[in-house]
Structure formats: structure tokens, C-alpha cells
Design a protein around this ligand. Sequence first.
Ligand code: CP
Length: 316
Amino acid sequence: MKNQLLSINDLSHEDVIAILATATQLEKITTGPTKKLPTLRGRTVVNLFFEDSTRTRISFETAAKRLSADVINFSAKGSSVSKGESLKDTAQTLQAMGADAVVIRHGSSGAAQRLADSGWINATVINAGDGTHEHPTQALLDAYTISKRFPDNNRDFSSLKIAIVGDILHSRVARSNVLLLTMMGAKVTLIAPPTLLPVGVEKWPVNISYDLDAELESFDVVMMLRIQLERMSNYYFPSEREYARRYGLNETRLKRMKKNSIVMHPGPMNRGLEISAASADSARSVIIDQVGNGVVTRMAVLYLLLGGATLSEVLS
Ligand code: CP
């Protein structure tokens, strides 16, 4: 495995299986009496967040602490970034503080790659979401959630049909998930209005549909995406009401879904826009499970990238 995680393209299929298997083991250990493992004692993980986050930042912090690493949380708001300090100077300041891993979220696509390639720091870089580019640990936790819900598939998704619905254009979650879910064999369909699909999407290894109702009964997984109003400078659909009517997951659509199928959403949700409250809180929804699975999946990523003691050493 590479010692950076900037994109799902940094991972082989073997790496992904190792991450999911490690997450499974870590979940078993940390849901028992021993919540905390000593494996990253003495290591420092810096959460470097230039964009807002609830789930990703807190779960990386929890994951690092459960592995006994020291954690420094840096948020651009309230830091010297607001006085004009550059990414380079910020990164070098954190390096001087002894960071072993930097978990970076940034509004610019490619920021994580820039940091990793720059030579400014020696630390392992983990992309926690860069612009509209990628969010690899979100895709890993989504794959982990799907593998737990469909355990008979033994981490082979080739019998699964997965719909990713909504604002594909602005979604780093969609990009990472398309790469990862197709690597694992899933048949992925992107469903969105044409205005919310990126240029060149026809070359992606997916089916494209503009109609959520056309094949809704056939999907094992329906992953709803947030409408990213903060990244929209133009009108991409006539009105929120019209969008919810055509592309929102509501009770009527929920009832039509396949037996044992699940509803996912990376969060944060616009309840009433892309997903109704009843759908988000329904028995099919695994949205809260995704959040919990984020901790063990990120523990596995930190554990494997930072090369802590082996699990058998920890367990002995
Ligand atoms: N899914 C996700 O990235 O959520 P946050 O923005 O809250 O981290």
C-alpha cells in the first residue's frame, strides 16, 4: 500500500480488502471492553481542515485517539489562514510540531495532492475531501457499510446494483464511490438531471439515467447525494420543489424499493430536498451506521498507513 491516501486510485483491490478486513477486526476489538489500542502511541495526527466538517473531522479525531495517537485539530477559521498565511507556511508549521500524518480537507480540488507532492512536509497525507475531486475515506466507509449489510457477498459487489442519485457534478463522494464500487464489481448507475452531471461522465464505467423512477425497484443500494448549494453559482434546476419532486427520495419511492435494499447518504442532509425526513429515518436507512462505520474505517486507514504494531501484537 502507498503511504498516502489522496484518491481511490492510490489503492489496489487488495489494499481495499485489507482496509475493510482491518476495519472489521478493529470494530470487533473496540466494541468490546478494550475501546482503545496502544498501536499509534507516540504518533501525532493533525486534522488540517480548511472547509467545514462534522462527521469526517470528528471521526478522524476519534479514530486517532482510539489508536492512542496524539491529535492536533487545526481549523482555518480562527487560525492565521484568515490573516493570509499560505498552505505552505501552515503545513511547515505543523511539520515543525512533529506531525506524522496530516488529514487535509480543502475547498480546492488537488490541494491534498499539492501538499503530498510539495516536499513541504514528511508526514503521510490523507485526503479528507478536496473540492469536487475526491473523498476516499467516505467511499471506504460506504463500502464497509455495504459489505456489512450484504455479508453473503464476502466483499464481492458484483451481484449488487447501486444507484448514486443527485448532485454528481459537485460531489467528491460520487467520484470516489464510482472508482471504489466499480473496483469491487458493483453495477453503478448515476441518476441526476443533465445539468448536475459532469462533462465527460459518459466515459465513466457507469450507467447514466435522468429518471429516478425508471428502475428504482432494481437497486440494492440507493445512495442519495446532498445538493451542494454552496458550490452553485448558477441555477441547475427550476426550483427546490421541482427537484424534490423529480429526484428526491420520498415515502412513495421508498415503498417501491427492493426488499432488503438500503438507503445511504454521506451527510450532511438537506431534509425535504434530496431526501424526506421519513426516508432518512426509515428502517431502510443506514445513514447513522455510515457515521459509526467511519470511525473504524478511518482507524484502519491510519493503522495501515502509519504502520503501527501488528494487530496480533496488539492482541497478545
Ligand atoms: N460526509 C462528510 O464528509 O461529512 P462532513 O462534511 O460533515 O465531514
